[in-house]
Design a protein around this ligand. Structure first.
Ligand code: 1AE
Length: 409
């Protein structure tokens, strides 16, 4: 095969299909259309556009729970067929095909040439750490909770309490949109000012991820408005807008703040074994190529569960060496409390963001105590102590453990 190719791996379930034939049908159908009927002279002209079957691995598990007979099919697509943007890659590899039977897109391996069109995260893990001046421990993020209906003073107070707990990052709730009570131009300065007030007590720098919202064609303008108002981070509902919108924001030289990608709507894509896009690709590889600096996804421990194996594959896609783009902070989320910190650090290592909403605000001593409990839990693990032992000298952690317990597996 001459020229650059990008490959896609699919899992296709079918009790009777001839999977080799099916694979040839995909390779031809998504590139040149029909192949065998083409006259010889046209074949010569079209060959460089033809998709290739790389491999077909058929599995026929007999147990009823397995979901039946399936094949993992790998197809190589000539880069010649599509432009250097993510919509073109996705529509080529999984456009019409996504609706054709029980088929799931497991992975994409874009060519080096394709990947070179994507600068990826502007900051990545190192850049975010440099902004905060924190290099020796996992980061802690707190999520606003119950923001709708709050006025500016109420929102500022909620921010201040979170910041006083010593968290590194605070993110808007993803459902906070432009609204008359807390419009962007007022909300951002109020929160940044509260961050400064807290910094005087905690000595802690803080990034506030302001929810970037509005119609797609206004995103850039709204991002610049937020930054002009003082925002030093942006939260982005990437799956509602698409990966291309994220790529445009991340590569924009005027949008020089870290971006946290929220997984809202991800459940419409990854959980089915038979349809959609696998989580490691959706919330790992594509997020990194498109350029978010942090990727949130459901943890394997909390309230919105993603199986461990998939979770670790998301982690590996964000942190691993397969892509040329900077590494991205994994943010396993949802239902996280201080008693889960030992598991998070064991499974994700030092390059992780411990992220919680209810686990901060639900602390018996309030949000500031909740943030402190998380920082203490991280310190306990880094100093090699059990949470229970460390809690003997740290009342906020003790109260959190009394409330939520400690999970060991
Ligand atoms: C997977 C996203 C988690 C998220 O955005 C969120 O708000 C979590 O809240 P808690 O920590 O479950 O209360």
């Amino acid at each position: 095969m001459n020229g650059a190719y990008s490959t896609a791996t699919y899992r296709l379930y079918d009790d009777k299909a001839d999977f080799d034939k099916k694979a040839r049908g995909i390779a031809e159908g998504l590139t040149v259309g029909s192949w065998t009927e083409l006259p010889e002279v046209a074949k010569q002209r079209m060959e460089k556009y033809l998709g290739r079957v790389v491999s077909v691995a058929v599995h026929d598990p007999k147990d009823a729970a397995s979901g039946g007979r399936y094949a993992d099919i790998k197809i190589a697509y000539p880069d010649l067929n599509f432009s250097r943007d993510l919509p073109a890659l996705l529509v080529t590899t999984f456009g019409k095909l996504s609706m054709d039977g029980r088929i799931k897109l497991l992975d994409l391996q874009p060519s080096a040439d394709f990947l070179s069109a994507f600068p990826g995260p502007k900051f990545g893990i190192q850049g975010v750490r440099e902004r905060l001046g924190v290099h020796d421990r996992p980061l802690v993020m707190s999520i606003f909770k119950s923001v709708i209906g709050y006025d500016l003073a109420g929102l500022r107070e909620q921010f201040l309490q979170q910041a006083l707990g010593g968290v590194d990052l605070i993110k808007d709730d993803e459902i906070l949109f432009e609204n008359p009570l807390t419009p962007l131009e007022k909300r951002v300065p109020a929160c940044i000012e509260a961050a400064r007030e807290a910094e005087q007590q905690t000595g802690q720098k803080l990034i506030y991820f302001t929810n970037l919202t509005g119609p797609t064609f206004k995103l850039r303008e709204n991002a610049l408005r937020a930054i002009e108002a003082g925002a030093n981070g942006l939260l982005f509902n990437v799956l509602a807008y698409g990966f291309d919108a994220l790529a445009a924001l991340a590569s924009d030289p005027d949008i020089a703040v870290p971006i946290a990608a929220h997984p809202a709507m991800a459940g419409a894509f990854y959980p089915s074994p038979y349809h959609g896009i696998a989580a490691p690709l959706l919330l790992g590889k594509l997020i990194r190529i498109a350029g978010a600096d942090l990727s949130l996804f459901p943890s394997p421990y909390g309230s919105v569960v993603m199986p461990k194996e998939e979770n670790f594959a998301v982690r590996d896609a964000l942190l691993g060496g397969e892509l040329p783009q900077r590494t991205v902070f994994p943010v396993p989320s949802a239902g996280i409390h201080p008693g889960l910190v030992p598991l998070i650090l064991r499974d994700f290592g030092p390059e992780v963001v411990v992220n919680a909403g209810g686990g901060v605000h639900g602390h018996p001593g309030g949000a500031a105590a909740g943030g402190r409990a998380f920082r203490q839990a991280v310190d306990a693990v880094l100093s090699g102590q059990t949470l229970e032992a460390y809690a003997a000298q740290h009342p906020e952690l003790k109260a959190a453990i009394d409330r939520w317990g400690v999970r060991s597996a």
